[in-house]
Design a protein around this ligand. Sequence first.
Ligand code: EPU
Length: 420
Amino acid sequence: MTNSHTDIFTINGGYMLSGKTEVNGSKNAALYAIAAALLTNEKIRYYNIPDISDIDDMLDILKSLGANVSYNNDYLEINANSIDGTSLSKELSIKIRASILVLGPLIARFGEAECFLPGGDAIGNRPIDIHIAGLMKLGTKVNVNQDKLIAKSTQLSGSKIVLDYPSVLGTINLVFAAVLANGTTIITNVATEPEVTMLLDLLILMGANITGSGSQTLTIIGVKRLFGTELRIIPDRIEAGTLMMAIAATRGTGTIFNVCSEHMSAVIEKFKDANIIVMDYDNSIMIDASNTIKSVNVQSVPYPGFPTDLQAPMAILLTQADGTSIIHERVFDNRMLYINEINLMGANIKIDKQKIFIDGPKKLHGGSIKALDVRAGAAAIIAGLAAEGETIISDLFHLDRGYGKIEDQLKHLGAKILRK
Ligand code: EPU
């Protein structure tokens, strides 16, 4: 993905979207799979990798450690047999949140890892205490000096770990360490997001001994080594939800292909509660939002509940609903910063700590707004599509971190959107 800090979208909004479009491979699942390649000295091949800048950054991280990375027409191949360093630079660590995922594999394979506290979206306080506490339980000495983290272990040993919170990256880092540890590890209160389940499937294909996938407790019996394999990355449920919300916010109709509907239950049911017609099949979802949209209340929580990554896009959709909707963000403590700008476009959204109150329906009008982070960027696009007149969205580099050419998908739905 090539993107520029000066790219902007011009959207001519106020038109109903209709048509068909397709979803790409999941950003987060692909990031976890790429990190998993560090666990073996054999080749791993992935299909359906999305073309987004977060993936480029993650691959730069692996390359900086000595891994070989190559792209074929339709797959990505990684070979981490040539790792010649266990220390990640500050520049790469702070680029993306998923940089922290080098910790588990490097400690498991080489007994040491160094990195800096990770970057990522500014959506609240994002500590890594769960990662550190778990790694220490597995026999790692962890030293954090200002923003630098040094971890060492002579022998990882299985242990019982209860996570304080079902952290997604925390779960993954600890599983990475436990698959090559000596003995049995039982981790309770783990994340069960579909991207985590895909990662567990991948590790099992690589030879890991893991039971309990999809449940809140994982039992992992350490093995001596892992092997190469290949895998197709699951569809991006957040991208699918974003497109559904874009269609619905313009009161349109459309079909989204290459979706795993099973992963979308929380969103689909909320749409139905809002009086939006949804027909879901295994691999596609059809929606029709031509009837009056009803207000609904939403809590964003860990999977299988409503995803925090769709909280901002959902808020824009609910500006078009009849009545007051309440959204309670319960995962991150500062993920409502986009509201001021949306209010400037004619919305009436009030904020009270972690809750927002959306009064609708409101006719939105064009404006000039910034993509504040990847999902706030998606929300800005939806606002622009629903609003009468022209909307300019700047700082697209945030959006390009997680959405691969979303303008093309939207154009398939008839959107008047141009990147300059
Ligand atoms: N938390 C702790 N301690 C920790 C780790 C997390 O207190 O050691 C707290 C966080 O502060 C937060 C909550 O736990 O309040 C949830 O954080 P979690 O660790 O689950 O999030 P994450 O693993 O950092 C991933 C995705 C996010 C997604 C969340 C929740 C990646 C790179 N990031 O973040 O994706 O919102 O899980 O599903 O996979 C996005 O794609 O836009 C995005 C932000």
